[in-house]
Ligand binder design. Structure first.
Ligand code: FAD
Ligand code: NAD
Length: 159
C-alpha cells in the first residue's frame, strides 16, 4: 500500500478543521489539524495527533498546554494560514480562554492541559485534560477528500 492510497482512504472520513494553538514565553504558535477526537467524559479528555516534523510539537511539550479551535465555515483562510498554505505572512490576533491563546470566531474553543503523550509511528498523540470551553452558534468548516466543504442538511428519512 502506498502513501497516496492511505491518504486517499483516510480523506474519505469527513472531519471538521481545527487550529491547535500553544504559547511558549509569550510566543503564540498555531497549526491546522483534523486529527482530533473526544476521548472521555469523566474526566473530560480529548486527543490530538501531531506529526514529528511539525514545529508545534516541541512547543506543546515545553508549554504543557494547548487549545483546540474548531473552525467556522467562514474561517477557511485561517486553516490555510496555519497549514502554511498561504505565501504571504498574515498577522492573526488571539484571544484568551483560561489564560490560553484561542482563535476568536471559532465554533468552539477548548482549553487543555497535557495529561499524557504517546509516540505512535511518526506522530505524537497528546491527551488533553479540558480546563475550559467556549461555544458559539455557528456552522463548522468541513474537510473531505482533500477539499474544504460546508454542511448541507439532509432531508429527514420518512418512514
Ligand atoms: P509552521 O509550518 O511553521 O506553521 C504553520 C503556519 O502557521 C505557518 O505559515 C506560520 O506562519 C503560521 N503561524 C503559526 N503561528 C502563527 C501566529 N501566531 N500568527 C500567524 N501565523 C502563524 N498535521 C498534523 O501534524 N496533524 C494533523 O492533524 C494535521 N491535520 C491537518 C488538516 C488539514 C486540513 C491540513 C490542511 C493540514 C493538516 N496538518 C496536520 C498539516 C499541518 O497543518 C502542516 O504541516 C503545518 O504547516 C505544520 O505546522 P508547524 O507546526 O510545522 O508550523
Ligand atoms: P490529504 O489528502 O493529504 O489528507 C487526507 C487525509 O489523509 C487526512 O485527513 C488525514 O486523515 C490523512 N493524512 C494525510 N497526511 C497524513 C500524515 N502525514 N499522517 C497521517 N495521516 C495523514 O490532504 P491534503 O489537503 O493534501 O493535506 C495537506 C497537507 O496536510 C499534506 O501535507 C498532509 O500530509 C497534511 N495533513 C496531515 C495530517 C496529519 O498529520 N494527521 C492530516 C491532514 C493533512
Amino acid at each position: 500500500m502506498d502513501d497516496r492510497q492511505f491518504r486517499q482512504a483516510m480523506g474519505k472520513f469527513a472531519t471538521g478543521v481545527t487550529v491547535i494553538a500553544t504559547e511558549v514565553e509569550g510566543d503564540v504558535h498555531g497549526m491546522t489539524a483534523n486529527a482530533f477526537m473526544s476521548v472521555s467524559l469523566d474526566p473530560k479528555l480529548v486527543v490530538i495527533s501531531i506529526g514529528e516534523k511539525a514545529k508545534i510539537l516541541n512547543k506543546i511539550k515545553e508549554s504543557n498546554i494547548f487549545t483546540v479551535n474548531i473552525l467556522a465555515a467562514d474561517q477557511q483562510e485561517l486553516s490555510m494560514i496555519f497549514a502554511g498554505q498561504l505565501k504571504e505572512h498574515k498577522e492573526v490576533e488571539f484571544g484568551r480562554l483560561d489564560g490560553k491563546p484561542v482563535l476568536t470566531g471559532a465554533v468552539t474553543q477548548i482549553a487543555c492541559e497535557v495529561s499524557a503523550e504517546h509516540v505512535e509511528g511518526d506522530h505524537t498523540l497528546f491527551i488533553g485534560k479540558v480546563t475550559d470551553i467556549h461555544l458559539e452558534d455557528k456552522e463548522p468548516l468541513i474537510f473531505y477528500s482533500g477539499k474544504y466543504r460546508s454542511i448541507v442538511e439532509q432531508q429527514p428519512v420518512t418512514i
